[in-house]
Write a protein that binds this ligand. Structure first.
Ligand SMILES: Nc1nc2c(c(=O)[nH]1)N[C@H]1C(S)=C(S)[C@@H](COP(=O)(O)O)O[C@H]1N2
Ligand SMILES: [Mo]
Length: 320
């Protein structure tokens, strides 16, 4: 297994071009393999000039719902590091340097260290999965993600019996992230999210490195982000630089801002209203005043069969 250790050469000592090609090749190779294995290739509508096409059967990892056009998925975003307006990330995230990139792994694990992204990608099979993403602000999208199960990564770090939760942290780099320089920012940087260990190990939980057959655009969380399809979008933390295994429940950024509005669990739940609005419906993007595209929100964002068991016996009104 090819995993970088603390004492390996730093990514900054490798020429950026070489690293860039390397990463592209890894993602490209994996996507091409997936396409080859998943014949027959189906033509998906609205995917634009994608690099790869893969078959899209139905099932938990896929949906036959129409995909959100690439342009909408990359121009209507939440990424507060670049500003609070939905159009800010597309406007300003180009300033982010996503290469070289490394992730610091720590806490209750046998193999802590600083891992180069390329090394983390070497051992895994990158697959395409088509998941819904639903924001707590009631819009949703259907996105073909390229990624791999988070569980595959976790196993390589060998968590100890003390690891009950995982805490994820986004890059803090105010020189490139103008939202982190803002005096009006409500979030305490860096952005932090967390999962219970069984949620993190669930096969639907992925680390994404691309979408629509390409690398992740900066505004969508380049070069690596979490995707937890049954939870509200804010759980799917972008541009991750740190992963910590903890015994205690991590304190997330959104809980820090408004704990009554953004709970740790953040499971999509049409039965439990957000304090300021109903959660029963969502707007599937793209939408407009004339075409509201309003649809009913499903329990666990439609992944109830797969994940309801994780919360058996829990009061979901209290654990929102
Ligand atoms: N680091 C970071 N990750 C983040 C956010 C953020 O502000 N910063 N916003 C979250 C929210 S609220 C949502 S809805 C999704 C949006 O993902 P998308 O822009 O790729 O659709 O990203 C999540 N991940
Ligand atoms: Mo969100």
């Amino acid at each position: 297994m090819l995993i970088g250790k603390k004492n390996d050469i730093l990514s900054s000592e490798i020429t950026p071009e070489a690293v860039y090609l390397n990463r592209r090749q890894l993602i490209k190779g994996a996507a091409a393999m997936a396409a080859y294995a998943a014949l027959p290739v189906s033509a998906q509508a609205g995917r634009g000039d994608m690099l790869f096409k893969v078959a899209v059967p139905d099932g938990a990892y896929y949906t036959s719902e129409p995909q959100t056009p690439f342009d909408d998925a990359t121009s209507y975003n939440n990424f507060y590091e670049f500003g609070t307006a939905k159009t800010d990330p597309a406007k300003y995230a180009h300033a982010l340097t996503s290469d070289p990139w490394s992730i610091e792994v720590g806490g209750a694990v046998a193999k802590p260290g600083v891992y180069h992204l390329e090394d983390l990608l070497k051992g895994v099979d990158i697959e395409e999965r088509i998941y819904r993403l639903r924001c707590v602000e009631a819009w949703s999208m259907v996105i073909p993600w390229l990624g791999f199960p988070l569980s595959a990564l976790i196993k390589r770090f060998e968590p100890t019996s003390k690891a009950k939760y995982i805490e994820f942290t986004t890059l803090y780099r105010p020189e490139e992230m103008r939202g982190q320089r803002s005096a009006f920012s409500t979030i305490r940087w860096p952005y932090v999210e967390g999962l219970r260990m069984d949620e993190a190990m669930h096969p639907l939980t992925i680390m994404s490195v691309g979408m629509y057959g390409r690398e992740l655009p900066n505004q969508n969380g380049a070069p690596i982000r979490l995707v937890v399809p049954w939870k509200y979008g804010f759980k799917s933390i972008k541009s991750i630089v740190k992963v910590r295994f903890t015994e205690r429940k991590p304190k997330t950024s959104w809980e820090g801002i408004a704990p009554e509005e953004y709970g740790f669990y953040a499971n999509v739940n049409p039965e439990v209203d957000h304090p300021r609005w109903s959660q029963r419906f969502e707007r599937r993007l793209p939408n407009s005043l004339l075409k509201p595209n309003r649809i009913k929100t499903q329990m666990f964002n439609g992944y109830e069969d797969q994940v309801a068991g994780l919360y058996k016996g829990m009061n979901l009104r209290r654990n929102y």
